[in-house]
Write a protein of this length. Structure first.
Length: 497
């Protein structure tokens, strides 16, 4: 509304019009009756001056209607140009009256231009009153927070648990800590969390790394929140854990230590025949987690990622409840992963690959794409779901060797278009969508056989050329593309995009 008024400074425009028209003085006609204009208030005078400068009524008719002389109208016009009426009007308004005017303007019930015209104030006056109102409201809110035992209790609890004022300030961007519908818990098994429902916000100060059943905990939080409710929690990532430990500064020994720790705290909890013993001993405490897995579990459990921030080595996440949990009872943890991909005729095929991403990464593909878009290779840009060893395996196509299982099952073939996700399929041209579903996907993509770059346009064009050639020569195309690809890989050292 304030921006709108900047182009509608009504009083200033009226003054400029009066001055440009030379209307500060008027010629008098003797037959106009002369009466005393003192019975009119300052607001009435301003209103009549503005009306008289319009085109809807002549000055003569206006003066006859109101019973005033043209000389009186001339005096009021001079007062208006000098701003005397406005100054006197503004001095009569109390702070409460000014704030009521601001509130009226901000609610949109009356336009700010109309309010300024009615109250005989300028745009700058309204802006100044608005600024004073905002400062007054902030002061009042700060005073309310100081007097609120709920707010003070939550603030003290968070500051003690996190040992940081920055953390509380970050939380306050999303949570109203004065509300009794905002719950702060130190442990995942908090009695207040288990016993109550209908919260607007839940803040958990325990690291997710120390929670025995992570998904069950997230599902519990989901059930306690209203739709649209905010959940804030934290976890410690691999990198943050290494950075806080002194042994990370010792060459060679640090690699041995963290490699062993990764095996014990990351691999053993996810292997079926060692998982039970691991959790019986550790009770799930201090396990290793990645950012991708933590966020992926949250999305799997019905939350949408709003924000995350690292403070003092902990990754704090802010998520919103948007649906019920998916209750994934068989998530993929092992080295062999089965990806849902589009096959011939649009059928979903489980494509086998060696794992190169953190567990639960599939749940945040849309988030990564929406946040970063696609890289020139056609894959999500800045994809934090892929660790360094995963990138190495992808570059040498080692992760795709298990796709031979799909070839044996008749779901794929050796040469053909890449098996892609439904999300990627939606982002390619309609023409390519129709061509794609006519063929089985393949292990060796056409851009390798044609020795072209791995960017989006080049890959799509290579696939289009292959599909057209395949339709024309259905029996010989795959053979030609296969031997070309082998030559490019072995002789020209062609690598994956």
């Amino acid at each position: 509304m304030i921006i709108k008024l900047q182009n509608q400074n009504f009083l200033t425009q009226i003054r400029q019009r009066i001055i440009s028209n030379g209307a500060a003085s008027v010629e008098f006609e003797e037959n106009v009756p002369v009466k005393n204009g003192n019975k009119f208030s300052l607001a009435d005078r301003t209103r009549l001056v503005i009306e008289g400068q319009g085109k809807e009524i002549s000055l003569k008719d206006l003066c006859l209607r109101e019973g005033i002389s043209l000389r009186t109208f001339d005096e009021w016009t001079k007062e208006f140009l000098e701003g005397k009426g406005e100054t006197q009007r503004k001095e009569k308004l109390t702070q409460e009256e000014k704030f009521n005017i601001v509130i009226e303007g901000k609610t949109g019930e009356t336009s700010i231009a109309e309010i300024c015209r009615r109250e005989n104030i300028t745009h700058d006056d309204f802006l100044n009153w608005s600024q004073n109102f905002l400062e007054h409201r902030k002061t009042k809110l700060d005073r309310f927070k100081l007097q609120s035992p709920v707010y003070q209790k939550n603030k003290q609890l968070i500051k003690i648990a996190t040992e940081s004022s920055e953390t509380f300030n970050y939380f306050e961007n999303y949570v109203d800590f004065t509300s009794d519908k905002s719950l702060v818990v130190l442990k995942s098994n908090s009695k207040r969390l288990v016993a109550n429902n209908g919260f607007h916000n839940i803040v958990s100060l325990q690291k997710v790394n120390d929670v025995r059943f992570i998904n069950k905990y997230f599902e519990l939080v989901n059930s306690k929140l209203n739709y649209g409710g905010i959940f804030i929690g934290c976890l410690e990532t691999f990198r943050a854990r290494r950075n806080r430990m002194a042994i990370d500064k010792i060459p060679v020994i640090n690699s041995i230590y963290f490699g062993t720790e990764f095996l014990i705290k990351r691999v053993l909890p996810k292997v079926s025949f060692t998982k039970k013993y691991y959790f019986d001993i550790t009770k799930g405490s201090d396990r290793l987690l990645s950012k991708a897995e933590g966020l992926g579990r949250l999305v799997c459990c019905g939350f949408r990622i709003m924000d995350y921030k690292t403070i003092d080595g902990k990754l704090y996440f802010v998520v919103k409840k948007v649906k019920e949990p998916s209750f994934d009872m068989s998530p993929s943890y092992g080295p062999l992963y089965k990806m849902p991909r589009l096959g011939k005729d649009g059928k979903i095929v489980g494509v086998y690959k060696f794992r190169t991403m953190h567990p639960y990464s599939e749940y945040i593909q849309d988030y990564v794409v929406n946040a970063n878009g696609y890289a020139h290779t056609g894959k999500p840009a800045d994809d934090f779901r892929i660790p360094s060893w995963g990138k190495f395996m992808r570059r040498l196509w080692l992760d795709e060797l298990p796709q031979l299982i799909n070839v044996v099952k008749g779901e794929m073939k050796l040469v053909g278009i890449r098996p892609v996700s439904e999300r990627y399929f939606q982002d390619i041209p309609t023409e390519m969508q129709k061509l794609r579903i006519t063929q089985k996907p393949g292990c060796i993509p056409p851009y390798v056989a044609l020795n072209r770059e791995g960017n989006v346009m080049s890959v799509l064009q290579s696939e289009k050329d292959y599909l057209i050639a395949k339709i024309k020569n259905p029996y010989t195309t795959d053979i030609r593309y296969f031997f070309k690809a082998i030559f490019n890989i072995l002789i020209r050292h062609k690598r994956s995009a």
